[in-house]
Design a protein around this ligand. Structure first.
Ligand code: CS2
Length: 492
């Protein structure tokens, strides 16, 4: 057993080390949702900004929060918040140790304590990656779901919340009462207009408590929208071994990622009140929406399509899936025939070149991104990844056969049995509603799923044009399997 990574061993680690003195850092950011993505993306930008000028960044250390599980804290705590990021590509592995995460905490262990931390005047930014389902909203409408059990709980127990909106509003309540300026709230999840969306949820939640507080939040708190991008698969035991071989110490919390990264942020910050993330390559722009739409539809939309269709075709990872020429043709058709015509190009971006770059990223053989991982939580992902594109295609009266096949692959996958009759481990907050009950005929099951308003909205669920195309795609999928259905579309 090698020694554990931590303050005492850091200097001997065989990796790029933090280029600043961690003992001089004070916390200025609370990050909620301490998963692999944030640790391979947001913290990397933050470490780069601090390294670019440590003296002016001493107030930008990070406190990381997990809203549910203690697992990140249990791994990071004994390592003093230090962990390795490993950039992987065909040209090799580059380990680097991150230094700006100062503390990791677990919200349910002391919710009041977390609210106090968030109310501390030193905290000026709250960043968020809690994934789609952490927003407690209705994905089809983007509004707060007041019946969500966590929201019901937090309205009854406002001082000991469990949900994201509950913590934000509890902290802002204290700051307002104490005359402390609010923090800026930065959503970094793959949701459309994520800042605007979160602002609306916080307003809805605050209004259920107190109209005056809701009005104060409305006029005082900034919620910049952001587009975030980096492919970061969940770490495996192999990744732990790889990291140990690279750095010479045991790290139980490494993150493996691709070389590419992008962060586009709506420029509504007071620049004195944030780290110079632009020095790390973050783009501050007046309007993030074109970047978000491009990324959600072109990357996440095809990622989910490949995840369901690739899984059903027997592929374990995205890179295996896109190595199949049948999938390459399908993907090219999805991008160029069906998705790109719905996406206005952000300034300075060539969408065909963006698609080409995405294909290279998907094909990175050193990144093992499981189709089953991306397939998770489809009910929360489909609206912004695929269904908005389909609405635009319907409006324009243009073909969308490949998108239809992706939607039915999701429905088939979430029904819970693969093409060989084996059970699928479906992880989705709506898994119960998506599962096909024994004996139900496929057409009835399809109708039932499409009637789920929080996924398909009130419009698509009642649109016969939508139903007819999706039903034809479902029949094709059921008759010969996913791979044959894709080949058939490629022939048309
Ligand atoms: C993926 C994303 O798991 C998923 O649903 O589509 O996490 C994707 O890898 C990132 O958004 C890339 O930036």
């Amino acid at each position: 057993m090698t020694e554990r990574l931590g303050t005492a061993t850091l200097q001997n680690a065989k990796a790029c080390l933090p280029g600043f003195d961690r003992t001089k850092l004070r916390p200025g950011i609370v990050h909620i949702g301490l998963g692999a993505f944030y640790r391979a993306h947001g913290i990397v930008y933050n470490d780069d900004a601090i390294e670019s000028d440590p003296a002016s960044h001493s107030g930008w250390g990070i406190i990381g929060v997990s809203l549910r599980s203690p697992s990140q804290r249990d791994k990071l705590g004994p390592q003093d918040g230090l962990y390795t990021t490993v950039e992987r590509s065909a040209s090799g592995d580059k380990p680097r140790i991150m230094g700006s995460l100062l503390q990791s905490i677990v919200a349910p262990e002391d919710p009041k304590g977390l609210v106090e931390i968030l109310a501390n005047p030193g905290i000026r930014i709250v960043t968020i990656t809690v994934t789609e389902k952490g927003y407690c909203h209705d994905p089809a409408t983007g509004r707060l779901n007041p019946a969500h059990p966590d929201i019901v709980h937090d309205l009854e127990h406002p001082e000991t919340p469990v949900s994201l909106p509950g913590f934000i509003v509890a902290a802002l309540t204290l700051r307002e009462a104490r005359g402390i300026a609010p923090f800026t709230v930065v959503s970094c999840d793959n949701l459309p207009s994520n800042g605007k969306l979160l602002r609306g949820l916080i307003r809805d939640f605050a209004a259920l408590r107190d109209d005056r507080l809701a009005a104060w939040i409305e006029s005082n708190v900034a919620f910049p929208s952001t587009m975030v991008d980096r492919i970061v698969p969940a770490s495996t035991d192999d990744d732990l071994r790889l990291t140990q071989d690279l750095i010479g110490f045991t790290d139980l919390a490494p993150v493996i990622h691709e070389p590419f990264r992008q962060w586009v942020i709506e420029d509504i910050f007071d620049t004195a009140e944030r780290p110079a993330w632009e020095r790390a390559g973050a783009q501050f722009v007046a309007d993030v929406e074109p970047f978000e739409l491009m990324k959600l539809r072109m990357l996440n939309g095809t990622h989910s399509s490949l995840a369901y269709l690739g899984f059903l075709s027997g592929y374990e990872t995205i890179s295996q899936t896109v190595a199949d020429p049948v999938f390459q043709d399908f993907l090219a058709g999805l991008w160029h025939e069906e998705i790109i015509p719905t996406v206005p190009a952000p300034a300075g971006t060539d969408l065909a070149a963006y698609a080409g770059q995405l294909l290279e990223r998907y094909a990175n053989p050193a990144i093992s991104h499981r189709t089953g991982q991306i397939a998770m939580d489809g009910s929360q992902k489909l609206p912004q990844r695929l269904l908005g594109t389909i609405r635009d295609r319907l409006k324009a009266d243009k073909p969308w056969d490949r998108l239809a096949l992706a939607v039915v692959a999701f429905i088939f996958y979430a029904a819970g049995t693969d093409e060989k009759g084996r059970p699928i481990d479906v992880r989705d907050p709506l898994a119960g509603q998506l599962k096909a009950e024994g004996g139900v005929d496929p057409a009835t099951h399809l109708r039932r799923v499409i009637a789920i308003g929080s996924i398909f909205g009130a419009d698509l669920g009642r649109d016969e044009r939508f139903f007819n195309k999706v039903e034809a795609a479902y029949r094709s999928l059921l008759s010969g399997g996913a791979h044959a259905a894709i080949s058939a579309i490629n022939q048309t």
